[in-house]
Design a protein around this ligand. Structure first.
Ligand code: DP6
Length: 343
């Protein structure tokens, strides 16, 4: 069966580390909420900053899962999402034991910096090992997808493409067809300058916002169509190592996604005045001949794609445009993996 490796349970528990990813072609909208099947393909760069480290240990005596995030017990929605995910892992493993999950997350949670991507990728890898699912990378990507769609891409390092999969077929066929995989690039020495303009939790979750967008925005279908064209052009640009083309396509794809939200009823607006100020500074950089392009997710923060050689200059300009805000430089990072200690 595809996606399987020989089973080997880690009785002492398993620890995994994963990094967030930033989409250059966005995932926005599910065609199946239960299976986390998207309407469109998406493509991202996994970062080398903000890792999440998660340990999963089975506890035969426990009546329920316990989850701590940065040492604080999780509750409410977060606990429900993790428990539901573990339930899926248990169902596949044919095991009933509950788990103790301890996660350390260095991303500002809920700020549009894809904390759920690294978080669920690390949880998928650690839980799959702890429960002995024996999944290969593609199987792990499909599993991570069930925690948070974007997490399917963080299973892989560098640039990754998440296939929406074939819309037709049974649930099982559709589930099998929707996974991420690495995409080839040629000599692209890219960096993302991440401006954290607001690290607080957002008013509307990305999950609720994409649901509303799909249901009510007259711009959603046209964007989804053009996103398919963007993806084809993006793949060709990555293969050529053509950073300006990659950046232009990423920027228009992100702005298009935000346009779909602005046209939703009621509108979802994540971009703030500080976002627009940073966007102006990116335009100014381009006027000065620097290949710098912006992308924004479900929050006001701006990530600027540029050549690694230009990253310090870009970060300086972004810092000047966003005084007092944190600005980080990220390169392409590694895929999710078990850490050596307790394999
Ligand atoms: C704007 O993966 O967080 O960052 O699948 O509902 O958990 P769920 O959503 P999530 O959405 C990410 C949306 C985005 C674009 C992207 O990462 O592709």
């Amino acid at each position: 069966m595809p996606g399987r490796r020989p089973r080997e349970r880690c009785d002492g528990g398993a620890t995994a580390v994963a990094h967030p990813n930033i989409a250059l072609i966005k995932y926005w909208g599910k065609r199946d909420e239960r299976l986390f099947l998207p309407w469109t393909d998406s493509l991202s760069m996994t970062l080398d900053i903000f890792p999440t480290t998660t340990r999963v240990r089975l506890d035969a005596a426990a009546g329920q899962d316990t989850v701590t995030l940065d040492g604080v017990p999780a509750y409410g929605q977060t606990l429900r999402r993790v428990t539901a995910f573990l339930g899926l892992v248990r169902e596949r493993a044919g095991l009933r034991q509950r788990a103790v999950v301890q996660s350390r997350n260095t991303v500002p949670t809920g700020a549009g910096l894809a904390s759920s991507a690294g978080g669920f990728a690390a949880l998928a890898v650690a839980a799959a090992a702890a429960y002995g699912l024996g999944l290969d990378a593609r199987g792990l990507s499909r599993l991570a997808r069930r925690g948070s769609g974007s997490a399917s891409r963080s299973v892989f390092g560098g640039f990754a493409l998440w296939h929406a999969g074939d819309a037709a077929g049974t649930d099982a066929e559709a589930d099998l067809a929707s996974y991420a995989e690495p995409v080839p690039t040629a000599g692209l020495d890219a960096a993302l300058v991440v401006a954290v303009l607001d690290a607080g939790p957002k008013e509307v979750s990305s999950r609720a916002a994409m649901r509303r967008t799909v249901a009510t925005s007259p711009l959603y279908r046209p964007w989804a169509r053009s996103s398919g064209e963007d993806l084809a052009e993006m793949r060709a640009a990555l293969l050529r190592g053509d950073l300006p083309a990659v950046g232009e396509i990423a920027e228009r794809n992100a702005l298009g996604m935000h346009a779909t939200m602005l046209a939703a009823r009621p509108a979802v607006r994540y971009l703030s005045p500080a976002t627009l100020t940073v966007l102006d500074s990116v335009l100014q950089l381009r006027r000065e001949g620097v290949a710098a392009y912006a992308t924004m997710d479900a929050g006001p923060n701006v990530k600027v794609l540029c050549a690694r050689a230009d990253a310090q200059r870009v970060a300086g300009v972004v810092r000047a445009a966003a005084p007092g805000r944190a600005v980080h430089i990220a390169g392409p990072g590694p895929g999710a993996r078990l850490t050596g200690g307790d394999r």
